[in-house]
Each structure stands twice: as C-alpha cells, then as structure tokens.
Unconditional design. Sequence first.
Length: 538
Amino acid sequence: MTKDVGRLCPLSYISSLAKAGALERAWHLFEESGYLDLQCDSAALAVKGRLLAERAFRSSGETQRVVFGEAAHAFDCADRIQGAPWLRNNVATYSLLSGDIEGAQKCAREVLDRLSNQDNFAETAYHVAATRAESSLIVGDLDCAERAMRDAANYSCENFEDRAGTLKRLSRICLALGAKQEWLEPFRPPSSVHFVGHMGFLSGKDAEHALAGDVEAFLTRQRVGFAYGALAAGADLIFAERALDFGAKLHVILPTAVDIFGRQSVEVFGQDWLRRFESALARAASVVTLTRVAGLHDASATQLAGEVGMGSAILNAKLLAGRASQYVVFDEKGGGAHTANLALRWPKENWDQHVYVAKRDGRKTYARDPIAVLPDRECLATLNIKLDANGFSAEDEIFLVEEIENIIIKCVELHPPLHYISHDGGWKLSYITPAEAVIAGSEIKSLAEIAGVFFSIRGDYGVVQWNIDNISGAMNSYKLGKSISSLGYERFGSPDTFVVDQSFVAALAVDQTIHFSVEPIDYQDPDEESLFALTSIR
C-alpha cells in the first residue's frame, strides 16, 4: 500500500530541515513519507537531489564523488519528467563535481540551447542569468559566463544572498575544472570590516582629520559596504561616521545598554563626542546590546563585544562570499590594551588587517571608570538540550530521556564541560569557548544519529554570573544578557537542529580552528541578536 504523502510530511518542510542542518532527520522523513518510492514525481526527485547534494558536500574523497553522481541522477530524472533549465543545470554541475566532465558539458550545452530557444521561464531573470553563467563556465565559454554574471549582478542589485550562492557554485566549478577564479572578484559584494581603536582623540582636531583621511582611502580601496564595531569616543566614532558617509551599513555592537555605554565610553570624553555618538546610533542599520551589565566598566562584557564585532564581520563576508578586513588604530605605544588584544586575535592569515598609528592628543584629558575584572563573571559557551516530548507516550518519553542521558554522559566523559546540569528532561553543558562547545555538540549529534534519536541543541555565548545556591550549596550560573530561549529559538526547534546565537557563531568565526557552515534564521528585528543553524561542522 502506498503512503498518502500529502498527509505526512510536506516536501517544503523536509527541504527546510535540510537547509537548517538537520539532514539525517530530513532524509528520515523523506523515506518515511514514501517519497523515495515516487519515481514519477518531479518535485520529490528534485528534493531527493538536494538532499543527496547536501550529503555529498559533507563527505569527501570517493564517497563524495559517488554521492554527487547520485544527486545528478536524481535531478536528471526530475528534469525528464518536468523539464526546467535549473534542473538540467543541476545535472550538469553535480555531474562535473562527480568527475564526469564529458557528461557535465553535454548537459550544460543542453541548458544553453534551452535558454536560447525559450522566452518564458518560471525562474526570475536573476536565476536565468545565473544558470547561463554556470553552464557557460562548464563548457569553457568564460566570456559568456562573465556577460551572464554581469546581467545577474544587475538583476540582483543588493540581493547579495542570492549572488553568494551563485558565486560559491561558480567557485566550485572553477576548482573542478582547474580554472582561475580572478574573474569572479568584480561580482563579489562590498566587503565587511571590523573597526577598533584608542579613544585618545580630541574632537575635530588635527589628529582626527589625519585619521579621517586614511579611513576614507581605506573605505574606497576595500569597497566597504558593512562595518561592525562599538562606538566609543575617538577612533571608533571617527571610523563609523566616515563609513556611514561612504554609504556602508553600520552594525553597532555594544557590551552594555546604550545609556551605560554612552556614559562610560563616550560622555566622559566630552559632550561633542556624546552628540556624535547619538547621531551615529540614529543612522546605524542595527544596534545590538549584549549584556545587562551595570556599574563598573566590565572586562568580560568588553571582551565579548570585541569578539562578536570581529566575528560578525567575518561571518557576514563568509555568508555573502565576500571579503573581510580589520581596521585598527593604535597609539604610539601600540595600545590601548583592548585594541591591541583584538588586533592580536584577528585571524590575519585569512583576512586582511590595516593598522594606523595615531598619537594621543597630548594628555589624558578625561578620566573614565577603570575596567573591572570580576572573579564571579566570565564568558561561557553553553549548550542547552531538551527533548520535545510532544506526540510521545509517557513510556516512550522515559525511554528517550534515558537514551539522551546516556549519550550526554558519554560526551561529558570525552569532552568534560566546565559546568554540567541535568534536570527535568533537560541538560546544560558549559564550556570556556564556543569551539569546545561545538565539538561537544557535534559529538552528541553523532551519537544521537547512531542511536536513531532526534533532538535539538541550542548554543549561546555570553557573560555569566556565578552564584551559590543557598539551599544546595551548588554553584549556578545565569547569563547577563538575553539567553537563546528568550530570542525565540523554540519556534525553530525542529528535531536534530543545532541553533546558536550571534555571539556564539561570531566567536566561532574568529577562532578559525573549526570549519563550519551556517544558515541564518530570519525572524526578528535588526536590533536583536541573530540566530543561526549550524549546518556542517568539521
């Protein structure tokens, strides 16, 4: 008896699961819903091709080539049922990635013939041009590929997300053909920059004018379109104002609430800086505050904001297939200390760094609060795991909780956390860095897949406050900022997903020891931390 797939799981939901990184769950539902048996359904075959392609991207060597070949076959079957240029183009691309150059070029020529002989397409003008660019590149017609990409860029305007997908595919095609990739550079989006510098500038004086000239030259040279950083008096504000005037989107990342940051890091340097601070905030594309820290200038919150600012610039560049750089303003002694630390941590082996040295304006004109290092506060990466028991019987729920408990105990033995809590069918594991946490989370997911158990992992990174429970005497921690649960993650709690907040994935991007891919979860206003689904980790 054939299953009524319309009553089981929509193909759109399966595709969204795969996009969010829950590939094994997506494949399980695809099979369970009977789609694997539908050999005459173009839509089902196309989704099968997508799932196989995603599996291939997570593989390597001969296994990867074989699975790319299977993806190409699925798209070929879908195209034969309901022909479409994009389906045939996928056959060409995945055939190439499987090592079948001759077959790929044959398919690519068929795509180009269809595009030449048809006028009405279901796809947008952008996707028609992008398809032409890919097939032209596969057959070796670089001139036609460039012309098509110019058309695609004109159609996409500032839709850099679509263009990023095309650039990544074209890059893979170039690698498979052994072709150069320099021709792709003009089509990349504007670059992303993290800015940081010392506060020893008098507003409107010669030192500021000299720095402003260098900033303007840098913005032009790097084609900056996205700027990330705080807005302290001095170098930060000087850079941010010039970036705004240049037309870049300014994303402000503050360690504390706006009023507290303004008092501690701006107003104490003069009312003119405060006026400029408020004006820049009003022009910013987004303003994110990371903690609820109040009182003294907190070292942990400052460290967090620096990490998130750097990582957000890198992450944006990766998502858009663009470039990232850091603009640093040192004083004559190589400081200040916060600036020097962020400059040292910037991954210069992969991303450019520009250093400008400017003397402080004669003397420390204003006094500011000292930076406090508080022993009961630190930055921690936390994994939150909870079984969604909806639809399970009480007996099944008890069994699943025991299974998950065993999986987590194995992980804790392999990757000991700094802090571990288990209660009410939920688990929390805290690590010093997001890199340590994501290794542990990946291990948990792998063990769960072997056991056939599906559950979600939520990761956040931020400043936590330690305290002692008056009753049990146990050490507990709570985040001094919005936890990922308050950001609405349960609305995206599909089984087998690994969702993290912006701070977590940004710090991971700076670390560079973990290779990962993410998919943004678009649901909230720009002044909240973004959420991301980790889709591959290696």
